[in-house]
Design a protein around this ligand. Structure first.
Ligand code: PLP
Length: 383
């Protein structure tokens, strides 16, 4: 009998590239009259006597999304209500009293999860800089988990994931990589030796700023089983509609990413020469200190996120952001529309970034329109 959660999906040709797999993975098998897309199954309960009894047990739409993300990353995917729900479940893999090595440049929501667990006595946190591989590995001695975000928020830090994962494994720790900014099309951490990859599909995978969803993709089936049980017990399940939309967003990820990344690289190059800008953080720039590592670890490109520091005051920076008409002054990232924000307005980021640092999520609008808006605002406010 077919598994109601994982009905047969389309077989994929092992020679297809990831850009093709994002379009095809997780579709129903091609039998006569079969739909092109998985259905949106809106039911909280199911007729008794099958593995699927209740809405928290699973949903055919999550199954399709998990199938697709699992194939892309090369592991077993477990979808969650949000990226943070997935992160919280992964954090629970650290044994009671155990230790996690965490980068100080990490999405502050994830840092909060670990710091609050530490405050409750649940685990110990060792803070490091993820781009200092030797420091990460020194801290990994006796640790249970090494958590790196790469590419990382909000300074666009690239970690040497292969070296960290290999070193952590030697020391008996598992490596978790938050690859939200990179997506499976720019970095496949399980192939680089990591144990679990986290995606906030809210961002680039969904791609339209219209859903929240997270996923963990695991090398080890036992980790995936733990996470699925955690999701069930905590009720951190994705909605059926969100799962459908995330999979629909995934279909266009390759083209969105190519365009947004090319625009980000162009905007970063122009910002470097801009009199209103004091520094640009984008590993795609030849002069960026991370350029060598980025081209080795992310050979296909560093994605569409960049940040820059305005050569002015906090007030001037806020004025630039309010003057923008095409870019939206808003948090989050990875949608088709370009977003920008001053990160130090969050207490969690004020400690790690300068007061005028703006994080930009470049969308798929025309790059010249984006540049005209940004350049115009910088010139108007900074003279
Ligand atoms: N990881 C990164 C790198 C993020 O930027 C975010 C959200 O901003 C998360 C995880 C959390 O994801 P979500 O907002 O889907 O809970």
């Amino acid at each position: 009998m077919a598994d109601p959660l994982y009905p047969p999906h389309l077989a994929l040709d092992p020679d297809w590239t990831a850009d093709t797999v994002v379009v095809q993975a997780g579709r129903p098998v091609r039998t006569a009259g079969a739909p092109m897309n998985p259905s949106i199954s809106l039911s909280s309960t199911y007729v008794h006597d099958a593995s699927l009894e209740y809405g928290r047990d699973g949903n055919v739409g999550w199954g399709a999304l998990e199938e697709a993300l699992g194939v892309l990353d090369g592991g077993r995917a477990v979808a969650f209500a949000s990226g943070l729900a997935a992160a919280t479940a992964i954090a629970d893999l650290v044994p009671p009293g155990g230790t996690v090595v965490l980068s100080s440049v990490t999405y502050f929501g994830v840092r909060n999860v670990f710091e609050r667990m530490q405050a409750r006595g649940r685990l110990h946190v060792r803070m490091v800089q993820a781009d200092d591989t030797a420091a990460v590995l020194a801290a990994a001695d006796g640790a249970d988990m090494v958590w790196v975000e790469s590419i990382a928020n909000p300074l666009i830090v690239v970690a040497d994931v292969p070296a960290i994962a290999a070193g952590a494994r030697e020391r008996g720790a598992i490596t978790v990589v938050d690859a939200t900014f990179a997506t499976p099309l720019r970095q496949r951490p399980l192939h680089l030796g990591a144990d679990i990859v986290l995606h906030s599909a809210t961002k680039l995978i969904g791609g339209h700023s219209d859903l929240l969803l997270g996923a963990a993709v695991c090398r080890d089936d036992a980790h995936a089983a733990f996470l699925a049980t955690h999701r069930h017990d905590h009720g951190s399940i994705p909605g059926a509609l969100e799962a459908f939309l995330a999979l629909r967003g995934l279909r266009t990820l390759a083209v969105r990413l190519d365009r947004a990344e090319a625009s980000a690289a162009e905007i970063a190059r122009r910002l470097v020469a801009h009199p209103g800008v004091a520094a640009v953080h984008y590993p795609g720039l030849p002069d960026d200190p991370q350029h060598e590592r980025a081209s080795r670890v992310l050979p296909q490109g560093p994605g569409p996120m960049l940040s820059f520091e305005v050569a002015g005051t906090v007030e001037q920076t806020e004025a630039v952001l309010s003057r923008l008409r095409l870019w939206t002054h808003a948090t989050s990232l990875g949608g088709v529309e370009s977003l920008i924000e001053r990160r130090a307005r969050y207490a969690g980021d004020a400690a790690v970034v300068g007061p005028t640092l703006c994080r930009a999520s470049v969308g798929i609008e025309d790059v010249e329109d984006l540049w005209a808006d940004l350049d115009g605002a910088l010139r108007e406010i900074l003279g």
